[in-house]
Design a protein around this ligand. Sequence first.
Ligand SMILES: *Cc1c(COP(=O)(O)O)cnc(C)c1O
Length: 391
Amino acid sequence: MPASTPWSDLQAELEQREAAGLLRRRRLIDGRQQPVLHSDGAEVLSFCSNDYLGLASHPDLIAAMQQAAAEAGVGSGASHLITGHHRLHHELEEALAEFVGLPRALMFSTGYMANLGVVTALLGRGDAVFADRLNHASLNDAVVLSRAELNRYPHNDVAALEKLLENSTAKRKLVLADAVFSMDGDIAPVPQLLAACERHNAWLMLDDAHGFGVLGRHGRGVLEHFGVHSSRIIYMATLGKAAGVFGAFVAGDPQLIEYLLQKARTYIYTTAMPPALAGALKAALPIIGQESARREQLRTLIDALRGGLRLQRWRLDPSGTPIQPLIIGSNEEALQASEYLRDRGILVPAIRPPTVLQGTARLRISLSAAHQHEHIERLIDALHGAEKALS
Ligand SMILES: *Cc1c(COP(=O)(O)O)cnc(C)c1O
């Protein structure tokens, strides 16, 4: 027996995880974020990134960040409510609000923090949240931290949601949903969710992490996609995915936003993000809005993948977004499929429970406008080979 240390319990748990094949390790990435990555010293074709529009290495964004850093320095120095709120942040907030067509926006350092900040500022004991079962982990954590009651409804099941709302006597009610579900790629039925919220006087918070930049003719996200407008909506989107940089914002009614500015703890008790990031994001917005060719390229790649795959035992679930879920079922087989691809220089993550429901282990394929058709063809060939080899 090795001598016990203050951390022996943790070590035992890590060893159990390793034995169960659940120990995670990080790839070491070098160079720029792009479909062909330098990972652990080799070149690999990646279908893992959320850089849906290929902006993370865009020369205009790099130049904008360099220029903003030269002007504003690299650190914000303080939180927003002290002296960290730079003109570049302020201008970006105004541009974001205008971009998504809502009156006012407030920046947060990450989407995770935005979700925690909003839910804990608005709700407490005696209030209730109604959440889709497939919501992102950050939304679930936010509810726990808020101490509101958590009611989960089956994925996209508006009738079940209505029943829960009807039976609730909570003071404040908040319906909480991913706009695009992060492991499935499908889109929440926003008009129906909104109608249910109107009938039951609930707020509706949408997490558009995967829709912003991607959905809608101008990439304005899920609200543009459905053409919905309502002052009842709390809109949250992240800026580290399609927008290519980092950060997040919440947009909505001016009273809501002023309240969050006063009360959201993850806004108040943290250093403002570097203003140079805001400078890069300001350069991203016109590219997102005007270069619809990037969204058209994504669309043709999605169609090429969906049209080209001929699967026997596995299935590609319906999704019109860059997140394409290839359902394999068994945890072990999903892992083997991911390893088969990796051995051929292709990275696609295997996603297993508890991140997804039992029996729905999958390959989560993410496409980017920066992919080329030959990349999709390589992926299709390798998937056909994997399904055959593992049968
Ligand atoms: C990525 C993601 C977040 C977290 O955003 P970060 O800016 O990466 O912290 C929140 N919600 C959803 C649905 C996400 O996919």
